[in-house]
Design a protein around this ligand. Structure first.
Ligand SMILES: [Mn+2]
Length: 301
């Protein structure tokens, strides 16, 4: 049995791409199942429900004998526990290559697209296999999510083209309104604890021997989280004390297309890395991968 799994604090792309790759591998004659590296967020639950797809089981850890295909990440710090020792046999991703190594020859496809699901679509085409209606819907939603409905600077023409093709397969015409519906579910903050909110889309990164945490909350209106600022900072402080050099939280307003960047760490760090800003607001900052991580790596690496 080969497990297909995305990163911890799974986002919709991580879950949907795992399901899609598992489907492709099955069509190619492999015994494969999708797994998730943690609890699903509300957006992902919404997507799975919408297309009537069952949530994959949680994969808590892997061992020496487990065969795994990674999707949407290649950093051990974001992977299921024990991945260092597991038998990684495949990797499909759209991030920079991380620190995983393999013991056996591996099938890899990493492309700089806005979403891992777009890369997976290319694999289906490469093998000449048809995507099921439900899986096409999941992949379409993953792309809308990762590209912030085509607004993120990571979004490419290919992502848009793939969405068009997927929308024909799954029969969804109104992708923009589906995207907005998803983001309303995603940005629900009412009744959520600061711990839940910071963990919603959180990733750890190793840079120059230091661990840096960067979370992102996408909201349709920053006012929704304004009142929770202190609680969020307290939770970030808790994460920092656990052994991180700094912890950032991007509060991204998808309508105003910018980010309020909260952080705990050395004083003045944010301005040094990202430039001076009024109250931490950075106009045009939408993407952790393209606009935040490279600057942090330049500074700490
Ligand atoms: Mn992704």
């Amino acid at each position: 049995m080969i497990y297909v799994v995305g990163h911890k604090s799974p986002d919709s792309d991580s879950v949907c791409s795992a399901i899609a790759v598992a489907e492709l591998k099955k069509l190619l004659g492999f015994e494969t199942e999708a797994r998730v590296a943690g609890e699903l967020n509300s957006e992902t639950k919404f997507i799975l429900e919408k297309f009537g797809v069952k949530a994959p089981k949680v994969l808590k850890s892997v061992g020496l004998k487990d065969e795994v295909i990674l999707v949407d990440h290649s950093d051990l710090s974001q992977a299921v526990d024990g991945m260092k020792d597991a038998m990684i046999v495949g990797l499909v991703d759209h991030h920079k290559l991380g620190d995983v190594t393999t013991k056996v020859p591996i099938e890899v496809l990493i492309r700089p697209l806005g979403c891992c699901a777009s890369v997976v679509k290319g694999l289906f085409d490469y093998y000449g296999k048809k995507i099921s209606k439900g899986t096409a819907g999941l992949m379409l939603c993953a792309i809308l999510s990762d590209t912030v409905i085509f607004r993120s600077p990571t979004c490419t023409d290919e992502d848009k083209r793939v969405v068009k093709e997927l929308s024909k397969i799954c029969g969804i015409g109104e992708v923009e309104s589906l995207g907005m519906e998803m983001f309303k579910v995603k940005s629900e903050v009412e009744g959520k604890s600061a711990r839940d909110l910071v963990a919603r889309d959180y990733k750890d990164f190793e840079m120059g021997g230091k661990r840096i945490g960067v979370g992102q909350l996408e909201v349709v209106d920053l006012g929704m989280v304004e009142g929770k600022r202190l609680e969020l900072l307290k939770e970030m402080e808790r994460l920092k004390v656990e052994g991180r050099e700094a912890v950032f939280l991007m509060l991204t307003d998808i309508m105003k297309e910018g980010t309020m960047l909260l952080y705990v760490g050395r004083e003045g760090l944010r301005d040094k890395v990202f430039g001076k800003s009024k109250d931490g607001w950075y106009k045009g900052m939408m993407s952790r991968k393209k606009q935040v991580i490279p600057k942090l790596e330049e500074y700490f690496g």
